[in-house]
Design a protein. Structure first.
Length: 333
């Protein structure tokens, strides 16, 4: 058994599809910790004091929940994603789904408290100044007139991507907390993990993906940020590599690289895992080894559309220290 296989064997999600359901007592305890954290909030989600309180409050979460996150952080398993079902977020008393571009959560809420709690378990929360005004808790909602956009405001199929693939300091984890499902309940979060895809690629393609023959543009949400430098899609240990790929924004600069990207995309679309998130479901995607996307859905713009909230977590925030003035939580370049 290889070291990768041994690590995967040690991580055992509660179900075969990588979802976890806690008992009512565990969920109630988690709800109490989040509610107490909310009671201690100031005026802003991004208040450094509240972020620090969330990090400390994580230690008050039950050992079972902390163990789940710790094991996932150590090794994210064959699918590189985890879904915690039915977290207590008081979904019955939500306001209408936002409908504006750039929507974020400035004021503390129970859902923001929940996201910051889990960010503290995974590492530290941080965001990017050029995206969603650098807010730590961001709304992922359909916006009128933006349906065709390849981004969090769209409603068409969102193709597979590493979050912020163009950036030298990509988040290690993307957390997506479902507040409200789409009307028809058909929208899927789709994930495609390198650990599933790579064994299906030809040796030549794997070799090509490991060479710096690819360039990735910034997503629309960052505005005219331009292109990054040439990079490889696969980096690190060949037996269990990280990858960096955005189906809509990564282009090949050599003929061999174009062939490799086409094969990668074909296999990813053939082998992905899909999950339909319901209110209270928290999806955690290991952004180092797992692409994510979304199926198409039809918004109605009636205040009841699909609503996720997103927070990024970094395992080692210090690596981006030169991008964060004052050792804050916002990367400015």
């Amino acid at each position: 058994m290889s070291s990768v296989d041994m690590a995967q064997a040690r991580y055992a999600p509660a179900t075969a599809d990588g979802t976890v359901r806690y008992d009512s007592g565990t969920l109630a305890g988690l709800g109490r910790v989040a509610a107490l954290l909310l009671d201690q909030a100031g005026d802003r989600v991004d208040d450094p004091d509240w972020v620090a309180r969330a990090r400390h409050a994580w230690e008050d979460v039950s050992a079972e929940v902390r163990r789940t996150v710790r094991e996932f952080r150590r090794h994210s398993g064959a699918d590189g994603a985890l879904v915690l079902r039915g977290l207590p977020i008081d979904a019955r008393h939500l306001p209408p789904t936002p409908m504006v571009k750039g929507s974020v959560q400035h004021h503390p809420s129970l859902t923001a408290a929940m996201l910051l709690l889990f960010a503290g378990g995974l590492g530290d929360p941080a965001a990017f100044a050029a995206e969603k005004s650098g807010a730590l808790v961001q709304d992922v909602v359909p916006v009128p007139g933006q349906e065709e956009v390849q981004g969090n405001v769209g409603a068409v199929e969102l193709t597979f991507h590493t979050e912020n693939a163009f950036h030298p300091h990509r988040p290690d984890y993307v957390m997506l907390l479902c507040l409200r499902s789409d009307h028809e309940g058909v929208a899927e979060l789709r994930t495609s993990c390198a650990r599933r895809v790579l064994p299906l690629l030809t040796p030549g393609t794997r070799e090509t993906l490991g060479r710096p023959e690819f360039v990735t543009e910034a997503p629309p949400s960052f505005g005219p940020a331009g292109e990054g430098t040439a990079h490889a899609v696969l980096t690190g240990d060949p037996a269990d590599p990280d990858w960096c790929f955005d189906e809509a924004a990564t282009r090949a600069v050599t003929p061999e690289a174009r062939v490799a990207l086409a094969e990668l995309a074909e296999v990813a679309h053939r082998t992905y895992t899909a999950v339909r998130l319901r209110p209270g479901d928290l999806a955690i995607v290991d952004n180092r080894v797992t692409l994510h996307g979304r199926s198409a859905f039809t918004p109605r713009y009636d205040g009841r559309d699909r609503w996720l909230q997103r927070t990024f977590a970094f395992s080692d925030l210090r690596r981006s220290r030169d991008h964060r003035p004052g050792d804050g939580t916002v990367l400015v370049k």
